[in-house]
Design a protein around this ligand. Structure first.
Ligand SMILES: *[C@@H]1O[C@H](CO)[C@@H](O)[C@H](O)[C@H]1NC(C)=O
Ligand SMILES: *[C@@H]1O[C@H](CO)[C@@H](O)[C@H](O)[C@H]1NC(C)=O
Ligand SMILES: *[C@@H]1O[C@H](CO)[C@@H](O)[C@H](O)[C@H]1NC(C)=O
Ligand SMILES: *[C@@H]1O[C@H](CO)[C@@H](O)[C@H](O)[C@H]1NC(C)=O
Ligand SMILES: *[C@@H]1O[C@H](CO)[C@@H](O)[C@H](O)[C@H]1NC(C)=O
Ligand SMILES: *[C@@H]1O[C@H](CO)[C@@H](O)[C@H](O)[C@H]1NC(C)=O
Ligand SMILES: *[C@@H]1O[C@H](CO)[C@@H](O)[C@H](O)[C@H]1NC(C)=O
Ligand SMILES: *[C@@H]1O[C@H](CO)[C@@H](O)[C@H](O)[C@H]1NC(C)=O
Ligand SMILES: *[C@@H]1O[C@H](CO)[C@@H](O)[C@H](O)[C@H]1NC(C)=O
Ligand SMILES: *[C@@H]1O[C@H](CO)[C@@H](O)[C@H](O)[C@H]1NC(C)=O
Ligand SMILES: *[C@@H]1O[C@H](CO)[C@@H](O)[C@H](O)[C@H]1NC(C)=O
Length: 408
């Protein structure tokens, strides 16, 4: 089956590039957590030693490093001009107790940078959220998770710590590091300016709810490249919760997810502008690409805020291969569960779901469907015509492949 080009002239979007002031490693002081008494046996908390090392970075910029080991810790607060340097064969292990995290639930991260500039994480090592310790009952469909909602700090069933957060920060760089087993979202960039995320591997649990890969919220000038994301929920999820999002590029990356590979528009009320996704291989996605202002336009009790959602403007999706493995057990194959506001809605779930878009270019996008249990799912595009404008499709293919699983 094929879906072909629209008669709209092919227009270009300014591709933006920006460079970060490169910190020359050899001229940068390195401070070891060992000198502050860290043990690194994975059993004793090393929180105080790690935090002391960070606070002691007086000559800036500064690398805080770790001898090989496993460092159990409560929340670590990164400060301006500090790069956390976690070497190969070394793991930062997030605590699993409520008292390991600050009082305010919006600061529940294993590693948190707030109001910081020139901060980052690198080294080739691992940050591990011990997500499986938060599972109450393992379930192939959806694990039942611990909820820290008894404290009043958080309500509902999504009360678990995220793994790494940069809030209100500038010049953020996360590279050459592995993030694994987040209990909830993995890497969260909130109200940041100038963020570079490259050569990062993310491993979530396929059956854990809300195991998002990278959530970019209300942030400008973000580059994601050469990342490997293998997780249970949305892999790259830009959001506009308290403000707009401009200039995001994601390139040269690999994604496997039980939910959307790229999801624009959950919990979003403001504009998205200038987003480029180029050379992304999406393997085994159950929801594919979703361009929807999903929560913003629907009146609902849970979301509390009700207004016209923001628009998605100037999006480019180029050179993307997607493989879908998706079906429904609902009758008729037309009902999609949309968490958040709406519950079950009658909606034919498609390869690309589009709502509230002005300016979208799709070029060299190849969708492959590998599960034929319900033919209704072989539907490349679903859009609400009254809400989309200026869409261009070039070399956009959707094909059905019953004969096997392609794990390219
Ligand atoms: C987005 O990128 C463009 C082109 O590089 C730049 O002119 C503009 O200032 C950026 N927008 C923001 C909000 O940083
Ligand atoms: C970050 O800045 C905000 C607003 O200026 C302030 O309310 C908050 O206390 C600051 N947080 C930290 C950790 O500095
Ligand atoms: C990643 O870190 C390791 C050290 O743990 C180093 O050998 C390697 O060169 C780094 N790779 C990149 C791309 O920086
Ligand atoms: C707390 O979380 C549990 C488990 O997810 C959920 O069943 C319950 O409804 C939540 N309670 C409140 C008050 O949010
Ligand atoms: C991003 O840019 C927009 C437009 O200039 C601005 O309104 C918004 O405050 C910026 N966001 C941040 C986090 O700086
Ligand atoms: C973001 O990067 C651009 C280009 O390097 C620079 O002009 C701008 O000042 C940076 N913004 C902040 C807030 O540091
Ligand atoms: C596309 O991305 C892959 C990594 O996923 C990389 O190996 C390849 O070189 C990239 N291709 C181009 C043309 O940049
Ligand atoms: C998509 O598949 C084609 C054909 O197999 C291949 O040439 C191309 O490199 C792939 N691109 C990506 C981004 O996976
Ligand atoms: C249509 O969308 C393209 C690409 O997003 C954009 O560059 C162009 O300005 C838009 N054209 C109109 C007439 O809005
Ligand atoms: C959804 O579709 C079913 C079956 O066609 C119908 O019975 C139901 O009323 C519809 N629900 C809504 C909310 O439209
Ligand atoms: C269907 O999948 C099989 C097994 O991965 C593969 O060999 C074959 O080339 C695919 N066919 C098409 C048309 O993509």
């Amino acid at each position: 089956m094929g879906a072909a080009a629209a008669p709209i002239p092919h227009l270009t979007v300014i591709t933006f590039l920006f460079l970060f002031p490169t910190i020359i490693r050899s001229h940068t002081p390195t401070i070891s957590v060992k000198d502050f008494g860290a043990i690194g046996d994975g059993k004793h908390y090393d929180t105080f030693a790690i935090q002391s090392a960070i606070e002691s970075c007086h000559t800036k910029p500064c690398y805080v490093t770790f001898p090989t080991g496993t460092y159990l810790t409560a929340t670590i607060y990164l400060k301006s001009n500090v790069i956390l340097d976690i070497p190969k064969d070394t793991t930062i292990l997030g605590g699993t107790k409520l008292e390991d995290y600050p009082k305010e639930s919006h600061k529940w991260y294993v590693i948190l940078a707030e109001n910081a500039s020139n901060v980052g994480i690198t080294g080739g090592g691992v940050v591990d959220g011990q997500g499986s310790e938060f599972v109450v009952k393992f379930d192939q469909r959806k694990n039942v998770m611990v909820s820290w909602n008894q404290t009043g700090a958080c309500s509902g069933d999504e009360c678990r710590p995220r793994l790494v957060g940069f809030l209100d920060s500038t010049n953020v760089r996360v590279w050459n590091v592995t993030f694994t087993q987040p209990a909830y979202w993995c890497l969260h960039i909130v109200r940041c300016q100038n963020t570079s995320i490259h050569d990062v591997s993310i491993y979530g649990d396929f059956n854990t709810p809300n195991n998002d890969g990278i959530d970019i919220e209300d942030s400008n000038n973000t580059v994601i490249t050469r990342c490997h994301i293998d997780t249970g929920d949305d892999a790259i999820c830009p959001k506009t919760y308290t403000g707009p999002l401009y200039n995001l590029t994601a390139t040269n990356s690999w994604i496997r997810t039980k939910s959307s590979a790229i999801k624009l528009g959950s919990a979003s009320w403001f504009e998205f502008k200038n987003l480029v996704f180029d050379n992304i291989t999406i393997v085994d996605s159950h929801r594919g690409l979703g361009f929807q202002i999903r929560d913003g336009v629907i009146l609902c009790r849970r979301c509390k805020r009700c207004s016209e959602g923001g628009l998605l403007r100037n999006l480019r999706f180029i050179n993307i291969n997607l493989t879908y493995r998706r079906w429904t057990n609902y009758k008729g194959g037309l009902i999609d569960y949309r968490p958040g506001c709406q519950g079950l809605v009658n909606h034919s779930v498609a390869g690309i779901i589009m709502e509230h878009i002005d300016g979208l270019e799709v070029e060299n996008v190849n969708m492959k469907w590998i599960d034929g249990r319900t033919a209704q799912w072989n539907n490349p595009l679903d859009f609400r015509p009254s809400t989309v404008n200026n869409i261009s499709l070039l070399n956009f293919r959707s094909g059905f492949n019953r004969s096997g699983f392609d794990t390219q």
